[in-house]
Write a protein of this length. Sequence first.
Length: 111
Amino acid sequence: MNLKNKRRRDLRLFSRGMVEIYAIIAIIIVVIPELIAELSLSAGQINSTKKISIKAIEWESETEFQISAMRINELRELARNLNILGYSADSRETLTRRLSRSMRRKWKQKI
């Protein structure tokens, strides 16, 4: 019997009022800032639709942007297609630099 009473006391460690106070604090700390952030981001997107479309056009035209967004396996596949020797031992930075230099040379030859 003593063990049952102890378990009941352990379960009633926090009163109902304390739990409600913690719930209100959680709402104030978590939910309200999330709501404010979401509203501010959505308001910012409405005003900047023209800027996004201009940046998208620049992103497609600049090869450096495209190369910087690629994963390492995509960079190595591109290096293999461009016949760059020793690409498998290069780090990401070195491979990016070599690819952008090679792409610039190819563009100059086409023009």
